[in-house]
Design a protein around this ligand. Structure first.
Ligand SMILES: [Zn+2]
Length: 307
């Protein structure tokens, strides 16, 4: 049996960082830069005939008027949303969101012969542990309306910040699976951050995983984050990251495992030599695929297969 491989993209622009002021003011994340980085990703995937999983934040990929209508409704109706969305309505920040509505990304994704999978990354990117059931139902309502308006059928989710919660509500809404967070050792966020940086330097820590069932949904492995070459992570040589990927793929071959590579498209703008790293990772995947040793699948396919 060949290795199963998934590639997913957490697509959010500035919406993923509403609680980080420096990112809201980051001029590198302009509409122009974001569109060209998505175009580059679509081109690279098309060139290599790879289907990807695009996890979109609803507000980010909607027309401005439509998104604002929902955002105002959520802001008014739920205190969790009010906290999260504050910068969007605040005088000092709100102008920095005016260019963060990009419905054209949906068309760009569709234009690849419908091969890519559309999945949700929330409508607002509010982390799911911040919501009670009532707020979460509102968030889900906005997600489902976004799918309807865009003619999409999302059967899987990639949780904002990888924080898994409210699986029962997702199951009731007809979802089949979600991406499991990277395997971390500690209950403490700071320790986990140090551990995940540390393991970037140790190729043989990388391995593949199996899908599991949890609360009636399929837990899709999601352990391989493509190192974002920024801050301290910039110290990790690209050759080591690629070597980690090779270890994970070898492990998958031996154990019939799944390797799931993911990152944020905007990392290609802010990471050092990030595009080159992405291209080299893709080369590795294509080489194995062309030898018949690897099959590229989507989250939806895996969820149906294991469901
Ligand atoms: Zn995110």
């Amino acid at each position: 049996m060949s290795v199963q491989f998934i590639i997913s993209f957490d697509c959010e622009g500035k919406w993923g960082m509403l609680d980080r002021e420096a990112s809201i003011f980051d001029q590198r994340l302009s509409r122009k830069n974001l569109i060209s980085c998505y175009r580059l990703i679509f081109d690279i995937l098309k060139e290599n005939q790879i289907k990807g999983v695009f996890a979109f934040v609803g507000a980010f990929t909607s027309k401005r008027e439509y998104a604002i209508k929902w955002l105002e409704h959520l802001y008014r109706s739920s205190s969790a949303h009010r906290d999260w969305l504050r910068p969007v309505f605040e005088d000092k920040c709100k102008d920095h969101f005016m260019d963060q509505f990009m419905p054209e990304l949906i068309e760009m994704t569709k234009s690849n012969n419908h091969q890519h999978e559309f999945t949700t990354h929330g409508f607002t990117h509010l982390p799911w542990d911040k919501m009670d059931d009532v707020s979460c139902k509102l968030e889900l309502e906005s997600i489902l309306d976004w799918t309807k308006v865009n003619g999409l059928n999302c059967s899987t989710i990639i949780f904002p910040r990888n924080i898994v919660n409210h699986l029962n509500l997702l199951k009731d809404a007809g979802f089949l699976g979600y991406r499991r967070p990277p395997n971390l050792l500690f209950g403490n966020r700071k320790l986990n951050r140090s551990y995940s940086l540390f393991r970037e330097f140790i190729p043989f820590f990388a391995h593949s995983d199996m899908a599991r069932k949890s609360s009636g949904l399929i837990e899709i492995p999601g352990d391989f984050f493509l190192n974002w070459r920024s801050g301290l992570r910039r110290l990790v040589p690209s050759s080591i990251t690629l070597n980690r990927l090779s270890w994970a793929l070898r492990h998958a071959k031996k154990h019939n495992g799944i390797v799931h590579l993911w990152f944020h498209p905007h990392n290609l703008i802010t990471g050092n030599n990030q595009v080159q790293l992405f291209r080299r990772a893709i080369e590795k995947i294509v080489k194995m695929r062309d030898k018949g040793q690897l099959e590229i699948i989507t989250q939806h396919q895996l969820s149906v297969e294991k469901g």
